[in-house]
Ligand binder design. Structure first.
Ligand code: SF4
Length: 429
């Protein structure tokens, strides 16, 4: 049985896809990068923004042709769109064989195997029995930089966000399971791990909180870098800042989603902090971790956002000075509290605000990159000529290095998003 995995959307969706691919392999399936050669396509989807959901639906529609070429082929749709639409998906797209929602993330492979066992055993290339290998042993060689999900779901109640209703409330994986998986990933080539969770710093399990978990992972031999995504600003405590400063592997980069710089809009968004509290959190982080680089998320055009409200977001960005930001236009998501508010910012105004905020971010990114020129940065090589600094800047160089090595780069110049330089000298063995 040959399978092909397609992941759409956020890093959680990508991590779910990679984990499921590993589980399929453990069950004896063979991965293929070519959909035309696949007996099964496994698609993980995202519904956080309307556009992401529309993309998923459009792709499912296009896969009708792939399925029609051989009706024995299997199409499995998983993730947030599957959770949200459930049987409505199969009604609209009868060529789907199995729908498995995001609340089953972490168990997709076993659910698919059970749901389709008759079809799979009837297939000319039936799926063999699962191999008797421990969890983690099937983790593929995923390159030097890998993701590790530590929390699923979200217990926050941001008014615009569909995640809590599709992914359910937070569920933290046990510490031992995380450490085992991290160890297996390091054995299989990972040098940098990014811990994933919708509110990653809400982690709490077995008497340990998130800073404790960072310290436990930091002690793993062979691990060179540790990142996490995305922390919630209200949970960025002094203990977390101290762990970032003190842990050898934890990188000086924190993605701190602001969403807005206006107190009234933040209140409507139910983010749980004011503009000043958010900026104070960033300042405290900078005071404890002097070289820390901050990035952020912004939503423009939230219901009732006025020009004055939006200007406060722009001035907040100037105070925050993020190295980059992911900026989006608000789109109402069914079943969220914000969907009950009139989506009253006209589309052209949303476009204009998005362009303005992107222009500000572009300038701040330029300044952050230019500040690196002439300096020497430590880069983890993800390929022979590309990697990232501890602070998250993309970096390219000419002479090939071994993927997974930490190298020292003298920065000569910067493009719009990337540092360019030469290898200075080997940094560490
Ligand atoms: S913290 Fe808020 S925005 Fe993030 S996933 Fe949870 S509800 Fe959504």
């Amino acid at each position: 049985m040959k399978f092909h995995v397609i992941t759409l959307g956020c890093q959680m969706s990508a991590a779910d896809g990679a984990e499921t691919a590993a589980d399929f392999r453990r069950r004896g399936w063979q991965a293929t990068a070519v959909p035309a050669q696949a007996d099964a396509i496994f698609l993980t989807t995202c519904s956080v923004r309307r556009h992401a959901e529309e993309r998923a639906l459009s792709l499912i529609g296009r896969l009708r042709e792939w399925k029609a070429q051989d009706p024995r082929r299997l199409l499995v749709v998983a993730g947030c769109v599957a959770q949200r639409l459930g049987s409505r998906l199969t009604k609209r797209f009868p060529h789907i064989d199995c729908v498995v929602g995001a609340r089953h993330a972490g168990h997709y492979a076993e659910i698919v195997a059970e749901a389709l066992k008759d079809r799979i055993s009837a297939s000319p290339q039936a799926m063999p029995k699962p191999l008797a290998t421990p969890r983690g042993a099937g983790i593929p060689l995923g390159g030097p930089v890998q993701h590790l999900t530590i929390i699923r779901g979200c217990s926050c109640a941001c008014s615009y966000c569909i995640v809590p209703s599709v992914r359910g409330s937070e569920s933290c994986r046990p510490v031992e399971e995380i450490l085992d998986e991290a160890h297996a990933r390091i054995q299989n080539g990972a040098r940098e791990l990014t811990l994933l969770g919708q509110r990653v710093n809400a982690y709490r399990s077995d008497g340990m909180d998130f800073p404790d978990l960072l310290r436990a992972l930091d002690a793993l031999p062979g691990l060179r870098r540790l990142r996490f995504m995305s922390p919630h600003p209200t949970l960025c405590t002094d203990r977390l800042a101290a762990a970032i400063r003190e842990c050898r592997t934890v990188c000086e980069w924190v993605h701190l989603p602001a969403q807005s710089g206006c107190d009234r809009i933040l209140g409507l968004m139910r983010r749980g902090y004011s503009r000043q509290q958010f900026l104070d959190t960033a300042e405290r982080l900078r005071a404890t971790v002097p070289d820390v680089v901050i990035s952020t998320d912004i939503i423009v055009g939230f219901p009732s956002e006025t020009e004055t409200d939006f200007t406060q977001t722009l001035t907040m960005l100037e105070e925050l000075r993020p190295a980059t930001a992911f900026c989006f236009k608000y789109s109402a998501r069914e079943t969220t509290p914000a969907a009950a508010l009139a989506d009253d910012v006209p589309a052209p105004v949303k476009e204009k605000r998005l362009a303005a905020v992107n222009a500000a971010v572009e300038r701040l990114t330029r300044q952050a990159l230019d500040a690196q020129v002439g300096g020497i940065v430590e880069v983890l090589a993800e390929t022979s000529t590309f990697g990232r600094t501890r602070t998250g800047f993309k970096t390219r160089w000419q002479s090939p290095a071994a993927a997974g090595d930490l190298i020292s780069i003298r920065v000569n110049s910067a493009t719009r998003r990337t540092l360019l330089g030469d290898i200075n000298e080997p940094n560490t063995p």
